[in-house]
Design a protein around this ligand. Sequence first.
Ligand SMILES: C[S@@+](CC[C@H](N)C(=O)[O-])C[C@H]1O[C@@H](n2cnc3c(N)ncnc32)[C@H](O)[C@@H]1O
Length: 206
Amino acid sequence: MKKNDVRRWLKADGGAFLRNIGIKDGQDVLDFGCGNGHYTIPALKVVGGKGKVYAAEKEKGSRDKLAKKARAYGLRNLKVIDTKGGLNTGLKEGALDAVLLYDVLHYFDKRGRRFLFREVFMALKAGGILSVYPKHCKGDEPLWNLRNIDSRGIRGEIERERFRFVSTLETELMHDEGCCRGVILNFRRQKLSASRGNLGEKFHGH
Ligand SMILES: C[S@@+](CC[C@H](N)C(=O)[O-])C[C@H]1O[C@@H](n2cnc3c(N)ncnc32)[C@H](O)[C@@H]1O
């Protein structure tokens, strides 16, 4: 059953979901904390040969699995980024049309999340899409650093970092190895000058 979920998601549903949040052919997208690529593979298909998907992941095993999967699908526009557990992507200012932060925020405390939102702000074009799936927060499945915060709190943190809230989308998603209902928060980067922020030293994650 779960194998079928993943197959269906990678074949069709994942792409339809990403198009629904506004990702288009030819765009450049960052999937930060991409894991095995349940969102990266559909994103590669949506952006096509003229776009690129940057997949940032700290675990070598996941990066290797994803690269192998992309090759098997004949998808060549994947750029893998090893963050080494930090939050610096190495991307240039305004390089991206969209960023996915799916099921990854619980790895960071509030300061880490602020650092990440600033990195994303810097790398996105003005008006670019930030799409967030805040899993493991209050009322969901308490775990790690989101146990004291709900999606309203996450929304506030992101808005304070100069993103404009656009919509909430409750929909079918992929989580770990199966489909589930989930809530996505969508934002647009405001048209203000970019900066990497001034949070001092490099951030070290878990
Ligand atoms: C729960 S998985 C979610 C994977 C994928 N986004 C999804 O929704 O299917 C979170 C991933 O974020 C990665 N991660 C955590 N901190 C990271 C960091 N600082 N840089 C890159 N990846 C990170 C973890 O290694 C893990 O693979």
